[in-house]
Structures are given as structure tokens and as C-alpha cells.
Design a protein around this ligand. Structure first.
Ligand code: SAM
Length: 226
């Protein structure tokens, strides 16, 4: 009988270290090793829960050779965990390629679900409807204009991620033309000390952040309603 390894894709907190499931903690403890983007970031989580499983780096730039090594370990029956710095791997985070390679190699690939910034933001946005579109990060340069032009064509709320360096520019873009009548929700620093949700027209939300420059930091989820 061939031994089949397991790749557990484990969601980790997006800020508050208590936001982790009991199953995630057990799996992090049991695994042969944990693949993570940054050993310092995941090291903090492991320390908090007294987990001493070995950490190995795995990020968006992982080479074919790195993938080959991991797949060989899975083929040898190892149990490997994949985490990202925060939230759910594969959601605007590395993981897709490894998941695909692992499954093609015949490994068991299992999700250990938990936090994701998009669902946390949507859950407190007070936006009605059962559907939404998730667009990941706003393109930084190429495709930016097309991205904003395309927003008006959605008939569901649209959720996307933005960095503190570009949030004001993004809100400015939303004050233009076709988006002027849409309500915008900005969820910042979810689960952290400075968590806040700002909701209003794009102009109102932009004014708020212009008037509170000390709030233009941290991590942002933007929701544009229909
Ligand atoms: N995989 C993660 C998830 O499940 O949400 C997302 C990773 S992506 C590289 C990081 C982006 O997610 C940040 O730039 C921000 O837009 C969003 N994000 C992550 N944590 C957040 C938080 N605590 N509050 C608001 N947005 C957050």
C-alpha cells in the first residue's frame, strides 16, 4: 500500500491571536513541519500556543525545486501544514500552486477553515444581499483604471483589499463618475486594537480619512455596495 501524505491548509488569525480554531492548533502541533511566509510572524503564533513544530519558509516566489521537495515529502507520507502570515492561505496569499501540485501528486489536501479579512469585513459591513464579488487587491498600476471602471458593472457588492499607501487614491477614484451614488464601507484593522468601520458615500469616507491621517495605516478591506 502506498503511503499518502497530507497537506493541511490552515487559516490563522488576521490580528487577534485568539482567532484560531481548536482543530488548527491541534494540526499545527501534529504536523511534521509548517510552511509559512515569514518565520518570525508564524513563530509568534506558535510561541503563543506553545507549539514547537518546525517552520520552513514558503512564499509566492517558491521555486520549482522547493515545490518538488515538498511534494516528495508528501509522497513519503509526511503531514505538512501551509499557513500564510494572516488569514486563509490561497486568498490573496500564496498556496494555490502548492495545493495543485499536492493534489496531483495524490496527497490528501484538506482545509482547516478560519479567519479571512473579506468574510470578517462583510460580516460587520451591514450590507444586504446574499452575494458579493471578491476582487482581491486593487491592481497597483496597470489595470487600475479598468478595475475602477469595471466596478459599476457589478450587480452585487464588491469586496477588495487595499494597502494603507494607496487607500486615499482608491477612495478618490471611487468619488468619480459612476461610483458617486454607491455606499462604501471601509473596514480597517479588523480584530485589532484600532478596528474600525467607516461607511458612507465615497466622498464622506474619503473626507474622514483625510481628516484623520493617523487612521490611514494598518490593513484595509473596501466594500462597494450596489
Ligand atoms: N489571506 C488573507 C485573508 O484571508 O484575508 C489576506 C492576505 S492579503 C496578503 C493581506 C490583505 O488582507 C491586507 O492588505 C488587507 O487588505 C487585508 N487584511 C488582512 N488582515 C486584515 C485586517 N486585520 N483588517 C483589515 N484588512 C485585513
Amino acid at each position: 500500500m502506498t503511503t499518502v501524505g497530507t497537506l493541511s491548509v490552515v487559516a490563522t488569525p488576521i490580528g487577534n491571536l485568539e482567532d484560531i480554531t481548536l482543530r488548527a492548533i491541534r494540526i499545527l502541533k501534529e504536523a511534521d513541519y509548517i510552511l509559512c511566509e515569514d518565520t518570525r510572524v508564524t513563530g509568534k503564533l506558535l510561541k503563543h500556543y506553545a507549539i514547537d513544530t518546525k517552520l520552513r519558509r514558503y512564499d509566492a516566489h517558491a521555486s520549482d525545486k522547493v515545490h518538488d521537495t515538498i511534494v516528495a515529502d508528501l509522497e513519503a507520507g509526511k503531514h505538512i501544514v501551509l499557513v500564510s502570515d494572516a488569514g486563509t492561505p490561497g486568498v490573496s496569499d500564496p498556496g494555490v500552486l502548492l495545493v495543485d501540485r499536492a493534489r496531483r501528486a495524490g496527497a490528501v489536501v484538506e482545509a482547516i477553515p478560519g479567519p479571512a479579512a473579506l468574510t470578517a469585513a462583510f460580516s460587520i459591513a451591514g450590507v444586504s444581499g446574499n452575494a458579493f464579488a471578491f476582487l482581491g487587491f486593487v491592481p497597483q498600476k496597470k489595470g487600475r483604471q479598468t478595475f475602477f471602471e469595471g466596478l459599476a458593472s457589478y450587480d452585487t457588492p464588491v469586496v477588495f483589499y487595499e494597502s494603507p499607501h494607496r487607500i486615499l487614491k482608491t477612495l478618490e477614484a471611487l468619488t468619480r463618475d459612476s461610483m458617486v451614488n454607491h455606499t462604501i464601507v471601509v473596514a480597517r484593522e479588523l480584530t485589532k486594537l484600532h478596528e474600525e468601520v467607516v461607511k458612507g458615500s465615497a466622498t464622506e469616507v474619503l473626507e474622514y480619512f483625510v481628516e484623520h491621517p493617523d487612521h490611514v495605516r494598518g490593513e484595509f478591506v473596501v466594500i462597494v455596495t450596489v
